[in-house]
Design a protein around this ligand. Sequence first.
Ligand code: GTP
Ligand code: MG
Length: 409
Amino acid sequence: MGICGSSPSSLDETALQARDDKVSRERNRSIEKGIRADEKRRHKEIKILMLGAGGSGKSTVLKVMRLLHSVPFSELELADHRALVYRNLIEGLHLLLDLCEELGIPLDSATLPSVASLSEISHQPDENGNYSSLFAPTVKDAATAIWSDPGLQVGWTRAREAAVPENLPYLMANIERFFEPGYVPNECDILHTRAKTTGISETFFQVRDHKYNLVDVGGQRSERRKWLHCFQDVDAILFVVNLAGYDECLVEDRDANQTREALLLFQSILSNPLFLQTSFLLFLNKLDLFNLKLPTSPIHPFFSDYPKEDEGDQVKGREFFRKKFLRLARRRGEGVGKGSGGVTSPPGTPRLSEKSGSPTPSRKMDPLKAEAGVYVHFTTAVEKNNMQVVMLAVTDLMVRQSIKEMALI
Ligand SMILES: Nc1nc2c(ncn2[C@@H]2O[C@H](COP(=O)(O)OP(=O)(O)OP(=O)(O)O)[C@@H](O)[C@H]2O)c(=O)[nH]1
Ligand SMILES: [Mg+2]
């Protein structure tokens, strides 16, 4: 046997050894890949951008997320909300009184001293930034007298014509509590207060292994030009719609219809080239108000394609609007570069195209759950318990998508 020679058994051993090494190298590589993917997943921040017209409920969704994930409200934030409760109350009543005057709805003469008293109260802070005059007990008495005036209640039935805030009945129903000494807003008060968002705010949540960044922006037309600044690296868009807005005007434009504005905006965002691969969540919000107003405010006068025989039917009503939004999602991708609010044209007053097309769900979507690539939820953002279920579904969905994406890396 020469030195170069080897027996069949030693040849087998070498081959076996080489194969074992290869298997072990592959296993190591796969473990390392798994660890790397796990690390990335752990450190990945899931960015959810909240969009929608003004007053649709974006900031309320954010607040409810904070409550659900125990991100506490600081003393300062509570003090701000306390001032906001009074400001909302007084501004709301002022708006309603103006509307009554505009519509020629008379008030009872016995109410007029209260109106005079309320008009003396400034809802602006004093030179020290305090709202002390708002906390006076006389405010409560004047507000209560005005709210119980039958004329004002007639005006309230037409509040939608002047975008009078919908939180007024809640505030009036709780007014006694607000004027108790040492009043601190509770969770429900926090969810019902309203402050138009200006600028962009980011809030971070840790849900199990995942970090979420919820980006809230102002939805009124003047605020929308700022949206472009947060369009990068978005994992999901949470588009919020006021479902009860079908008969309401905009705060910033009394001639515009809230739902039509939301449809235009939604189409504009869907067709933005930056979002062709982005997951879409659609919250058809204010379901409580929608159900409440349906018996007295028919849909057909505002949307002539709504069948008259379906008036008053809550399920048919909300399905009608869900389909309207989903129809736009089915045309997703078609409006790119056609001037319907792409990245170069901020989505202020986009134009609604009437073209039809086939569904083009994004790569990230789970086709089993999404419709036309959009995950739709009917929500009532002021009800924390209702939102718990929805937000759990949302975070689970985002985690599943993030895991799927990581597997592709
Ligand atoms: N009844 C009821 N009120 C709601 C609901 N969602 C939001 N609101 C109220 O609607 C008002 C406006 O809500 P916001 O969350 O401030 O709306 P927004 O979309 O952030 O508005 P902008 O900051 O102007 O874009 C607040 O008074 C909320 O309490 C809901 O589901 N039901
Ligand atoms: Mg807001």
